[in-house]
Design a protein around this ligand. Sequence first.
Ligand SMILES: [Zn+2]
Length: 350
Amino acid sequence: MSSLRHRLFAAGFAAASAVRANEWLRPLARGCGIILTFHHVRPWRERAFAPNRLLEITPEFLDRTLTTLKELGFELIALDDLPRRLSEKDAPPFAVLTFDDGYRDNLLYAMPVLRRHGAPWTMFVTANYADGAGRLWWCELEEALTRLKRVSIHVGGRRIECPCAGPDEKAKAFERLYWALRAEPEDRLLATVTLLADEAKVDAAALVRELCLTWDELKALAREPGVSIGAHTVTHAMLAKHSEDDAWREMVEGRAAIAAQLKVEVRHFAFPVGDPTSAGPRDFALARKAGFTTAVTTRPGHVFPEHGAHLHALPRISVNGLFQSEEALRGLLSGVPFLAWNRGRRLNVS
Ligand SMILES: [Zn+2]
């Protein structure tokens, strides 16, 4: 779906084989730890058009990921322990596990695997989703294009017209629409997806209720040993697209809703979407000012001791559903792909 992410993972693949050729790069590339990002964890439901597949892995691959981490000497730690860990010398590499948005499949399929491995983890909850409202707009877009045979819609001042019959046409239409929409202000993005969803008779609210945990389910989850709940805004807003006041409200009101509903302290924040177009230096400063202990992006990379001074702009590595292989995983854990991606820099915080 995301050409940016596709390019990264293509780089990851090249680097996975380069790991063997360039063993010498590894000490340079590997940080003191990593933060992994997960979205859906569920058995694969076979379908030809699945543009959001990168956001979904099977429970078996989660199990394989955790086993591989242990085999490579990574210690699974809680996000709470990350700041202290950055200043520890000679500690083994750490891995922090994070799950975004608050999906029900995390409870059904990920939690048993995480429990079996004794792994602590953090779930970042979007308050509106837990309310059974809000917009999983990329899922709405997938559903709409699954049903439509043709697309004709205004985005960003021009009309996108394309056939949308077979899986190839649908994939192309999704790619075009997704990136045209991502360039838009968020209200226009949502209004445009609403038009397509209405045309295709997609029930946006039903999608949220089907896919996302309710506050009652989250209450039970928050009591699980090793589980911490973090904030992920009220509406899943791409904060950098909004005014400072609105970005601030999204952060602190999302946290307040979780604290009020679940009676837990919320110490961590994840920027929705989390790439540089969705979270920048202003937003990192807001997360710090709001008093979060850490804030995580989706800027790809390992965590280095230098990140101790940038705890509100932490990089994460997405475990990508398109590349559920041991080889891809070992490439990412080596850090080598990110060395190229970040042009040799350890920090990508501006
Ligand atoms: Zn999210």
